[in-house]
Design a protein around this ligand. Sequence first.
Ligand SMILES: Nc1ncnc2c1ncn2[C@@H]1O[C@H](COP(=O)(O)OP(=O)(O)OP(=O)(O)O)[C@@H](O)[C@H]1O
Ligand SMILES: [Mg+2]
Length: 432
Amino acid sequence: MKILVVDDDRFNLRVARDIITANVDHAGVLICDKPETVMELLATENIGVVLLDIVMPGLNGIDLLRQIRRREEYRDIQILMFTGLADQDSLRECFEAGANDFIAKPINPTVLVARTRAAIKVRRYILQLKETLQRIDEQYTDLQDMTRKLQETQFSLFQTEKLASLGQIAAGVAHEINNPLGFVSSNLEILERYLGKVRESLNVYQNLGRQLADPRVPRAVLAGMQQKIAEQKEQNKLGIILDDLEPLIGETREGVDRVAKIVQSLRNFARDGKEDEFARHDLNQIVEEALLIMQNEIKYIAHVHRKLGENLEIECDRVKIGQVLVNILSNAVQAIKNQRRDTLGNITVETGLDGDNIICRIVDDGTGIREEHKSRIFDPFFTTKPVGEGTGLGLSIAYGLVKKHGGDLWMDSEWGRGTLFTIRLPRSGATA
Ligand SMILES: Nc1ncnc2c1ncn2[C@@H]1O[C@H](COP(=O)(O)OP(=O)(O)OP(=O)(O)O)[C@@H](O)[C@H]1O
Ligand SMILES: [Mg+2]
């Protein structure tokens, strides 16, 4: 960095240059007695500090100062004015025009050195600061860039997770429906075969009936037919068929019911079920009904604590809200059961008002839900239960039903401690 001294007095210039060169480290000094050439020098030399005389013939110091400051790139150059006693009035003007400091004339070497060193220091700090600011700016841009990329990644992860869940749902539906459909169709095959045999036997019976009604048929022939019937009955295993029919039909009906349940739950999930039967009900009563239905399951597993509020009338479909409660309660029971503890667990049901909403909380001190499962528990067919024990539909059905009521259902849980489900329902029923 160079120091430029501008003065029309060549003697002054030399004195200043000698003092600075001798006392200020690493400072290259340029001197100039023609103020008109200063702008040119600034453009070609790396000048950080200018010592500028005020009174000069031609272009005076203040005008030159203004010219320099007008240029953006020279705003940080440190400019110190040389001022004689007679220039005191101009000094204020100089500061207004952007001077940084002044040095009184005649020049006192100590002052000159001190002020020049200070100016160099300031100039260096400014440069460092600018550099730092630029670096921060770059880092900020980098950071913004990274945040954007992160958001994009997160978004695409979210998308893939959603898609994965959709895929899983589709696979789940296919699997769940395929199973009952499999045994329904094999049962139908068996029933068809049975039907053939029954029909065969029926023909023989009908034949016998006709023969019996005819007095001309000799008894020996009838006895022969009776014998044949007995044989055929044995051959067609009619007794076994009759015994088998009832469970076969029962099992088939169960399969059909299961498919119906899956379809119904999917409908709930897709929110295109039949119109609901909304009416005013007391939420506490629905809670009691749900507890009653669950009583048998709960009583050997947990104590039930009720903290029921008052005036909890709500516009809702009571069967559906009951279903929501039962689904959540049965999960609570299972979570406590899974702990295989010696004492009873605890299930607390709390109801109350929150503005225009009714809140119902169901808390259990069961296993809790693992962190990695939390985002999936409302997905249809997500279950941690062994095959055959859970369909994974309970919560997805409950969620769909609560949403249909214009409400919300959410969960808080800590693995190892327990789970809280909160249901929020608008008192006025679904507004959507
Ligand atoms: N109160 C709870 N405590 C611990 N885990 C829970 C609780 N409620 C739900 N879960 C977890 O969420 C999963 C999904 O629950 P959901 O009711 O949808 O299906 P499920 O109980 O497995 O099967 P289904 O209800 O169809 O018999 C459960 O398998 C279980 O892992
Ligand atoms: Mg369940």
